[in-house]
Design a binder for this molecule. Structure first.
Ligand code: UDP
Length: 243
């Protein structure tokens, strides 16, 4: 058993050199796969996710089709090489649960009523895992949905906050996720001010919870601007091609 390292160093910085309110470097790209209707690549620090979206298309098997809206089917999966120790490719209970959590969060962003009897299928592959994979996957899925031309209320922006050595921190890295006192992923539809996912593992005081949520809002606003830039660039490109 490895001993818990010090998570906040004497100069107040974290193990990766960040201050408590700093995000990890982030990269987002859409339209990365030619065989999907929509796709994306999202990198948050060392966490890397590929998402692919198919649909809206005719639902198979047909008896599962809903008369009034599209059905969203979502798979979150970790590749065997994404973690320190080889992960079995067979979906674990954790992956099945995260698929459901991500589906529910994503569904609230999509105008599913516009596509009765159809299915929208979303696949997320964790290529490299270094904490925060559920949120990076959710954002990758949301960007891929927009890339597929599916109408949404807003693109989802998300970040985890938590507590490490008693300090409220933004965007947990793996040691903080593993050894910290609390981990709270938060996802939002920022322009609507709606929270679509929030979970809390560990413990925080009410004061820390409030502080954490404020920190998450700040991080989400930065991430949302980055997403909008990525989408604007892509759609400007299409516009130029068309004109
Ligand atoms: N992790 C791992 N193997 C697993 C599951 C998780 O190495 O089978 C690592 C991975 O880096 C992941 C982190 O533990 O990002 C935290 O996992 P958690 O369940 O908290 O979800 P996440 O923070 O990725 O959404």
């Amino acid at each position: 058993q490895v001993q818990k390292p010090k998570l906040i160093l004497d100069d107040g910085r974290r193990l990766d050199g960040r201050r408590p309110d700093e995000l990890r470097p982030m990269k987002m790209e859409i339209g990365v796969l030619k065989n999907a209707d929509g796709s994306s690549l999202v990198e948050v620090g060392n966490t890397k996710i590929i998402a692919a979206v198919y649909g809206p298309r005719e639902m198979h098997p047909r008896h599962l089709a809903l008369p009034n809206r599209a059905t969203l089917r979502v798979r979150y999966h970790m590749t065997p090489f994404s973690t320190d120790e080889r992960k079995s490719p067979v979906p674990s209970r954790r992956e099945i649960e995260l698929s459901k959590v991500i589906r529910e969060a994503l569904e609230s962003s999509i105008l599913v009523e516009q596509f009765p009897r159809s299915s929208i299928d979303v696949f997320m592959e964790v290529i490299q895992a270094d904490a925060g994979t559920r949120l990076a996957s959710l954002m990758a899925a949301s960007l891929a949905v927009v890339d597929a031309g599916i109408p949404v209320k807003d693109v989802i922006a998300a970040v985890a906050v938590g507590k490490a050595d008693g300090v409220v921190v933004l965007d947990l890295n793996e040691p903080e996720d593993m050894w910290g006192e609390a981990d709270m992923p938060v996802a939002m539809l920022p322009s609507l001010g709606q929270i679509t996912l929030i979970q809390l593992n560990g413990n925080m005081t009410q004061q820390e919870f409030k502080q954490g949520l404020e920190l998450a809002y700040k991080g989400i606003s930065t991430i949302y601007n980055l997403e909008k830039e990525v989408l604007r660039n892509k759609f400007a490109e299409i516009h130029e091609e068309g004109s």
